[in-house]
Write a protein that binds this ligand. Structure first.
Ligand SMILES: [Zn+2]
Length: 248
């Protein structure tokens, strides 16, 4: 068996596996948090009986969770957590407490101003008193909704893409909004994943789906997935927006 591999290859694999342990593996380790607690846990900890939300270790530490003193999960070695004391804590969506509309708890969310518009489901914001892991200016990809393409470099403008894009611009550009976050803080492009709430307490992500300006985007799990699916079904039934009969 060993004869098949030259020594150099074996050394390479050894170094590769060592480096993976030192630099990458711990950050991506899955730990668990609860709806209300301030600590993160190992799988199977007795504190997870009521709610159990998977999160990466890196994300847990950066979001300000402390390790549980009962199950003693690992910490992030050699990686100081980003200090959060300079800004307000990130408000994580909590299904039990957060509503999609008027009862939304705006004071607990992160205030921001929409300064630029990219397309129906992506905007740029300036974040006031930004929490440590969030920049003063960020590109936001709205969680749970996918609007037809308008700015993709290699794809044509899709049907109803323009309308969706205009709707977002008219409703959000220049407006003060509130941000809430879900399990994943960023997507693979580094964009901030957020729910945008209007000053009236409406969840704009949900509004896009409800009015037929976008699909419920359920490829990546989020806490309002079932609600968004139901909003899309309702929009389809009522032939709203992109579900309408007319060929635009
Ligand atoms: Zn625990």
């Amino acid at each position: 068996m060993l004869k098949k591999f030259p020594a150099g290859v074996l050394v390479f694999f050894f170094l590769f596996s060592v480096s993976a342990v030192c630099w990458g593996a711990d950050e991506d380790l899955t730990v668990y948090v609860t709806n209300t607690g301030e600590r993160y846990h190992r799988e199977g900890c007795s504190s997870l009986r009521r709610s159990r939300i998977p999160i990466s270790l890196g994300e847990a530490v950066r979001s300000g969770y402390d390790p549980c003193s009962i199950c003693k999960p690992p910490g992030l070695f050699g990686k100081a957590p980003v200090p959060e004391e300079s800004g307000r804590p990130l408000y994580r969506v909590n299904v039990a407490e957060l509503a999609l509309s008027a009862e939304a708890e705006l004071p607990r969310m992160v205030p921001a101003e929409v300064i630029d518009h990219v397309d129906g489901d992506t905007v740029r914001v300036r974040i006031l008193n930004a929490p440590g892991s969030v920049g003063a200016v960020e590109t936001i990809r709205l969680i749970g909704v996918d609007t037809p393409e308008t700015v993709h470099p290699s794809k044509p403008v899709e049907r109803f893409g323009k309308e969706a894009s205009n709707f977002t611009r008219e409703r959000l550009l220049g407006k003060s909004v509130y941000l809430a976050f879900d399990w994943d803080l960023r997507d693979r492009y580094g964009r901030l994943l957020a729910y945008i709430y209007t000053g009236e307490g409406r969840c704009f992500n949900a509004l896009l789906v409800q009015e037929g300006y976008g699909f419920a985007y359920t490829r990546f799990p989020f806490q309002f997935m079932e609600e968004f699916r139901a909003l899309e079904q309702q929009a389809r039934n009522e032939k709203r927006g992109l579900w309408g009969d007319d060929d635009r």
